[in-house]
Design a protein around this ligand. Structure first.
Ligand code: PEP
Ligand code: MG
Length: 748
């Protein structure tokens, strides 16, 4: 880059800084800036457009266009050249604007006489805040140096916008992070919550985008990058032989040592940016590319670069994750993503969780569910919109987040919370009553658990016992394989807390969506149909044996109930049962006390097991239907795939008839049967299951009240009649007929 160009760029930034520091309102500053840029770039027009709402840009200042059009000229995102720059987040540079695709003539600005046009997105960490435009009469493309200089200016404008330097009248010039925002996401855990934003990784504030002395900045940057490299090397040493971790860190290392990255940042510094702003400029470009990238591999690499830029910014500004900010009351965690261990550290302090990424089946979601904290995932740009301490409301029924809500919205939301609280009160009044339907039939309600944090619910929810203890959660939240002694101590604590209530321990169910961080990953084309659960347990019995030993030792003479997951055929159950018998014999030889009673069952999660030989039903001591898996295989619809997972109704006649067949086989063979998938916790589904013959259901603790309350109001014989009528009349699902019946019970 030519030295004279750099000197010019620095001079311009110096003047911008003076404008930034000058007295006066935001409007005056913007006006001054457009004049400065036009004169220093030698072009007739310079304009700045900012967003007035998510989809509309507004001309906020101009040198060269008709001043009367300021705050009058507006365009939608994607409309005209300016709208296109904003939508795509990249530069448009043309010598013949009127002939360019997308050009929109706006007579009020008088701009048709300007032939050359360059539009630069004003971006901060990948978020477009507006557009900077330069135009001139002579038909010529702006040179690469000119475009670069404008990009540097746009970077500074973005920082100034973030810092509130242009705040003035009207929506386009309102302070950032002051407007109400409504975002939508996917529900990971139901429930509603009101509180204040707590950012897991507070954003770094860059208060000095323009440098006093480029040499000093270059030295600062070089030192910070060196520190970053040392940090990455240390991470690599700590990763040991963990292949997956090493791969990620190697990618970090590649970026940290990238000459191109360093050179581009040093160029930005030479043009007058501070070291922080130079890092942010690169980060912004990476974020913009990430958003438009469909290749998953490249997206991940760009996200590595993004992480690295964050680290570098934290080194430069001294703003660590721990900024010393105090956690607000009723904290609602807002993050791009969060790991299970970090989430457990926060524990029950949190009122809600809102993630930009994440997934319904992620480990963090499992933990949020266990802690009964409302969780939304895939929530737009929440980490850009939210600021620590902002008022926030999470609607985990509708999948909506209200950030800085208006009073009317907040009031309506509070009504909803109050209604829920009233319902909770009703539920606690029947906590110690049985789930007895009007016809006299009693349904046993158990709870699902997996963490120590779940156990207090055994008392509070009125559950009879734990119908499903997902033991893999203890494996998932650690970064290395737990030891037998640790597991045995933990299971003993579970049994202690249960105080004699039955706890069904499900052996390790890993694979598919549950991948242990410390186990060699398997590259399988279809993990849900792959090497998972009991298949891993039987092929590599070491872990299963260790777990069975831990369970026997934890029971220490008390009754023990063990269930094997994902059994697809009789032989697998027999083999697993044989492992259990061998382990019992071995434990006895070693002098350990055996359980006073032992029950061994299986999960029915594949349609095949429903058609197993009658002998299987006679041999297995109990069966529990894992409806989450069973339904996905019955309908061939991936439970993790948002597109298809809700496509088939649980109350679809085919599925219900299939479940009924399983109930009949169990009745004929006197096999105890329960249902422990998520559907058991949905009141209307639970009612139908009870009507077709289920006598035991296991669900999240929070669902016990609503399920019991509905069961107590209904007559199961009547519900079965409604189901049969709907079925006979050829309905696809019995839902609407049953709902009609339920509504009638509410009114009576
Ligand atoms: C199920 O599949 O319904 C089940 C309870 O197991 P998980 O959700 O842990 O796969
Ligand atoms: Mg399952």
């Amino acid at each position: 880059m030519a030295e004279s160009f750099e000197t010019e760029s620095r001079k311009l930034l110096g003047r911008l800084r003076d404008a930034m520091a000058s007295e006066g309102a935001g409007q005056e500053r913007l006006d001054k800036i457009t004049t400065l840029i036009a004169s220093s770039m030698g072009c007739e027009v310079c304009s700045i457009y900012l967003f007035r709402d998510e989809k509309t840009l507004e001309l906020c200042a101009t040198e060269g266009l008709n001043k009367a059009s300021v705050h009058e000229t507006r365009m939608k995102l994607g409309e005209g050249l300016v709208g296109r720059v904003a939508k795509r987040g990249n530069v448009i540079n043309t010598s013949d604007a009127p002939q360019s695709p997308g050009f929109r003539f706006m007579p009020e600005t008088g701009e048709e006489i300007y032939s050359s046009f360059v539009g630069i997105p004003i971006q901060r960490i990948g978020e477009t805040l507006g557009v900077l435009v330069a135009q001139s009469k002579t038909a010529r493309e702006f040179t690469a140096d000119e475009v670069y200089a404008l990009e540097v200016v746009a970077m500074v404008l973005a920082e100034m916008t973030e810092l509130g330097i242009f705040v003035g009248d009207g929506a386009a010039m309102s302070a950032r992070h002051s407007q109400p925002v409504l975002s939508r996401g996917t529900v990971g855990q139901e429930g509603v919550a009101e509180g204040n934003v707590w950012l897991h990784e507070p954003r770094v504030v860059v208060s000095n985008p323009i440098a006093d002395d480029p040499e000093v900045e270059a030295i600062r940057l070089t030192a910070a990058v060196e520190e970053l490299r040392i940090g990455v090397d240390q991470m690599l040493t700590m990763a040991g032989n963990d292949k997956e971790q090493r791969e990620v860190i190697e990618a970090y290392r590649m970026f940290a040592n990238s000459k191109g990255w360093m050179r581009r940042m040093l160029d930005s510094i030479s043009s007058g940016l501070s070291a922080e702003a130079a890092v942010e400029k690169e980060q912004s470009t990476a974020r913009a590319r990430m958003n438009g990238q469909s290749d998953a591999y490249l997206r991940e690499r760009l996200s590595d670069l993004d992480d690295l830029s964050n680290r570098l910014l934290r080194i430069l500004t001294g703003q660590g994750s721990d900024t010393g900010a105090e956690m607000p009351e009723n904290p609602i965690l807002v993050a791009r993503n969060i790991g299970p261990a970090e989430l457990l550290d926060y524990g029950r302090k949190l009122r809600g969780i809102v993630l930009e990424g994440g997934s319904v089946g992620s480990h963090a979601a499992i933990i949020a569910r266990a802690l009964a904290i409302p969780l939304l995932v895939h929530v737009g740009r929440i980490t850009n919109d939210a600021v620590n301490g902002d008022h926030i409301m999470v609607d985990g029924e509708q999948g909506i987040v209200h950030l800085r809500p208006e009073d009317a919205v907040a009031a309506a939301f509070r009504d909803k919370i109050a209604m829920q609280a009233a319902a909770q009160e009703r539920y606690s009044s029947i906590r110690d009553q049985p789930a007895q339907a009007k016809c006299g039939t009693v349904i046993g309600l158990d709870m699902n658990a997996g963490l120590m944090a779940d156990l207090p619910s055994l008392e509070n929810s009125g559950a009879e016992g734990v119908g499903l203890f997902r033991t893999e959660l203890q494996f998932l939240v650690r970064n290395k394989m737990p030891k037998r002694s640790e597991l045995s101590a933990l299971y003993a604590r579970v049994l202690d807390a249960a105080q004699g209530k039955r706890v069904v321990f499900r052996t390790l169910d890993i694979g598919s969506d549950k991948v242990l961080p410390y186990m060699k990953p398997n590259d399988e084309p279809n993990p849900a149909l792959g090497w998972r659960a009991i298949r891993v347990g039987l092929d590599k019995p070491g872990v299963m044996r260790m777990q069975l030993q831990a369970l026997i030792r934890a029971a220490n003479g008390r009754p023990l109930t063990v269930m094997f997951p994902f059994v697809a055929q009789f032989e697998e159950f027999r083999a697993a049962r044989a492992e259990m018998d061998k382990t019992l014999a071995r434990e006895e030889r070693l002098g350990h006390i055996l359980p006073s009673k032992i029950e061994v069952g299986a999960m029915l999660e594949t349609p095949s097991l429903a058609f197993a030989p009658t002998k299987f039903f006679e041999e297995v001591e109990f069966l529990s239907i894992g409806g989450n898996d069973l339904k996905q295989f019955f309908f061939a619809a991936d439970r993790e795939n948002e597109r298809v997972r809700r496509r088939y109704d649980t109350l679809n006649v085919s599925y219900l008839t299939f479940l009924e067949g399983i109930v009949k086989r169990c009745q004929e063979t006197n096999t105890s049967l329960s249902f422990c998938g998520e559907d058991a916790g949905r009141p209307v589904e639970a009612l139908c299951f009870a009507a077709i013959g289920f006598r035991q259901l296991s669900m999240r603790p929070a669902s016990i009240g609503p399920v019991k309350s509905l069961l107590r109001r209904c007559n199961l014989d009547d519900v079965l009649a409604v189901i049969n009528d709907a079925r006979d009349s050829g309905e696809m699902s019995v839902r609407s007929a049953v709902m009609e019946y339920v509504r009638a019970q509410h009114q009576s």
